[in-house]
Design a protein around this ligand. Structure first.
Ligand SMILES: Nc1nc2c(ncn2[C@@H]2O[C@H](COP(=O)(O)OP(=O)(O)OP(=O)(O)O)[C@@H](O)[C@H]2O)c(=O)[nH]1
Ligand SMILES: [Mg+2]
Length: 255
């Protein structure tokens, strides 16, 4: 069975820490969160993974091909370099939704987000034979967003993009895919098990709800890095007028 592997990285007992001994300066918390995300992206990215900032105190990484040992090394490095510690839960399943359920359950069983006893644990299990690593990523982009960016107030544009994000995420949630906002007018969907028809359906729904047309390159490969690269290449082909329509699918080993 082909499975996507996700790792939930959660700051240990963060709520209490943010107010001990008194509420910390928001600017300092923002720097901490941004630096933690950057460090995780650097470490997992170096091994072919891809990390989404999610909600900053809980971060989701696609980690196919990255085993328990490498997770442990990254965990130790992060936890010795930051004023907070993180714990990690690894999960895998045929869909991204299923994988994050497994990752979350593994971590919740090891203690809640406000547990004083849970510190720097690594739980759950990566993809193991006979199952195989497989990641499908759709790199989704809004058509002609620059027209709005250059004519509307920036907050109005931002809100419209966030509405687009929610419409996209709600529709793909029903197909057990997870969507993350990656900045600008870009989104990445972890879409294992969803075919191009399914993505087209979602795009039509989003268009009806928020008015934006979307396009996407969809990549499938054994690691997040390879899948994302194929997806971005597909998107580039659509933009360059090399592809007909709004979707291009590229799979590893297929030219
Ligand atoms: N994270 C990320 N952001 C990007 C990427 N490409 C573009 N952006 C951001 O998205 C903004 C919009 O870029 P485009 O999508 O090329 O502009 P557009 O007007 O929507 O044009 P079309 O999508 O070609 O219709 C840019 O200003 C960047 O901030 C990408 O590959 N990744
Ligand atoms: Mg665009």
């Amino acid at each position: 069975m082909r499975k996507i592997q996700l790792t939930l990285i959660q700051i240990d007992n963060y709520g209490p820490w943010t107010v001990t001994p008194r509420p910390r300066r928001e600017a300092d918390l923002q720097v901490l969160q941004a630096e933690l995300y950057a460090a995780l992206e650097r470490e997992f990215g170096a091994l072919g993974g891809l990390v989404f900032c999610t909600r900053f105190d809980n971060v989701i990484a696609v980690t196919n091909g990255i085993g328990v040992e490498d997770h442990g090394r990254i965990l130790r490095e992060i936890n010795s370099g930051f004023p907070v510690t993180v714990s990690m839960g690894i999960g895998s399943a045929e869909t991204a939704y299923g994988a994050q359920v497994e990752a979350t359950l593994a971590l919740q069983r090891a203690g809640g987000s406000r547990s004083e006893a849970r510190r720097g644990v690594l739980v759950g299990s990566p993809v193991a034979a006979p199952d195989e690593d497989w990641v499908q990523i759709a790199h989704i982009d809004v058509n002609h967003s620059t027209l709005i960016t250059d004519s509307e107030p920036i907050y109005d544009t931002h809100l419209l993009l966030q509405r687009t994000y929610m419409a996209l995420a709600s529709s793909l949630y029903r197909k057990k895919s997870l969507v993350f906002y990656t900045g600008g007018d870009n989104f990445m969907a972890l879409s294992n098990g969803v075919d191009l028809r399914g993505i087209e359906e979602t795009f039509a729904e989003v268009k009806r709800q928020v008015g934006f047309g979307l396009k996407a390159g969809v990549g499938a490969a054994r690691t997040a890095e390879a899948a994302a690269r194929l997806a971005s290449e597909g998107l580039h082909e659509i933009r360059g007028g090399l592809a007909n329509g709004q979707l291009v699918f590229k799979s590893e080993g297929q030219h």
